[in-house]
Design a protein around this ligand. Structure first.
Ligand code: MRU
Length: 370
């Protein structure tokens, strides 16, 4: 991995690009250094892509999927296999390596699945053609995400009223997708429509995606943003400062239970108590309708150093136990609606998620056994 040429000049109001695919090279804006340093990395191998995902240099469920797809291209573009079986074995090895980066975001597995299906569909083509088709598929996954974000934004903005103050958690913006974001996509769209909104964002311990990334994105877009600590959410709701909550998602089970950044569940419980609408914004690629409920969603646990250290210094005593889940599951019953590119889905989710899956059909490659 080496320094690359992704622009570091961030004009106020311009769209932030978290990754770029240029001439067979994947350039990544290193999000661990934001908001003060714009360091670009070039990934040349699937191993480097896996490492960048694991270290959260690139993050956010839809973006992990896109980067995973490019990782497949990097892994097979120099393949010397002369027949399909050999080539497919190589592809499967690369895909398995990339699957072993982060476990919770369904979008990664969805994108890798698409790459696998693209290969299988074109098994009769020459290897050189197959390589080109796989590259096109990865670019399509990336380009389509831009459109999905725009549609999520338009659909979700209908739920936002003039002058609303919205609470969001973690980062579900341009830095987490191939477009304007999911939760932030709704916020950007409502802002563009002149609704005069304001946003509260919590820090999102332990890795501070809210403070470092979302606060920066919103400021960059010229949207009024107020930063709070995670433990202030209950109080700001009690004081009547929040009109609705919008967050992204990493995986949505068939009953609407939703995995998202740790701390989302707390917010949903508080929102329910204070009778504040709580919305999830996510593309269909986040749905895993083979899962009965949220108890089946794999939850990533990360290294204890992310919790026991602050500004690179240890803050907790030695020899204590540390528990480090990176995601939690919000029960469907606390979710007012799920905003997707195909429309807004309301409870009962068990029935209504199935309806939308059937409506959009096979092409979505949504994880559901028909
Ligand atoms: O650990 P992260 O930063 O990858 O977690 C990201 C989130 O939880 C986002 O809310 C989610 O992936 C949706 S991004 C559109």
């Amino acid at each position: 991995m080496s320094g690359g040429g992704l622009t570091s000049k961030k004009e106020m109001g311009s769209v932030i690009e978290a990754i770029k695919w240029v001439n067979g090279r994947l350039e990544i804006l290193d999000q661990t250094r934001l908001p003060f340093q714009f360091t670009n990395l070039v990934c040349q191998t699937p191993e480097e892509v896996r490492e960048a995902i694991r270290k959260l240099r690139v993050r956010g469920a839809p973006l992990i999927g896109i980067v995973g797809a490019y990782g497949v291209v990097l892994g097979i573009q120099n393949s010397e296999s002369s027949n399909y079986i050999e080539f497919k074995n190589e592809l499967d090895t690369v895909i398995n390596l990339l699957k072993d980066s982060r476990p919770t975001a369904q979008n990664l597995f969805w994108a890798l699945n698409r790459m696998q299906r693209c290969c299988e569909r074109n098994r009769n083509k020459e290897i050189s053609v197959l390589k080109e088709l796989l590259k096109k598929e990865a670019v399509k996954i990336h380009q389509d995400d831009k459109k999905r974000c725009l549609r999520i934004g338009e659909n979700g903005a209908q739920l936002i009223r003039e002058g609303d103050t919205i609470l969001t958690h973690c980062n579900a913006g341009a830095l987490a997708t191939g477009g304007i974001g999911t939760a932030l996509g709704v916020i950007y769209t409502a802002n563009r429509e002149g609704k005069g909104i304001k946003v509260f964002v919590d820090e999102t311990r332990p890795l501070l995606q809210g403070a470092r990334l979302t606060a920066w994105e919103l400021k960059h877009a010229g949207i009024p943003v107020t930063l709070i600590c995670d433990n202030m959410v209950g109080w700001v709701m009690k004081k009547g400062l929040i009109d609705c909550c919008i967050v992204g998602a990493d995986r949505i089970a068939s009953n609407g239970d939703t995995a998202n950044k740790i701390g989302t569940y707390n917010i949903s419980v508080l929102a329910c108590h204070h009778k504040i609408p709580f919305y999830i914004a996510a593309p269909i690629s986040t749905f895993d309708l083979n899962l009965k409920d949220g108890s089946e969603i794999p939850i990533e646990e990360r290294g204890e150093e992310e919790v026991i250290n602050w500004h690179g210094k240890r803050i907790a005593p030695k020899d204590i136990d540390v528990y480090t889940p990176a995601f939690d599951v919000t029960p469907g019953e606390y979710i007012t609606a799920i905003i997707t590119e195909h429309g807004i889905i309301y409870p009962p989710y068990k029935e209504n998620l199935k309806v939308i899956a059937n409506k959009i059909g096979e092409n979505s490659q949504i994880n559901i056994d028909k």
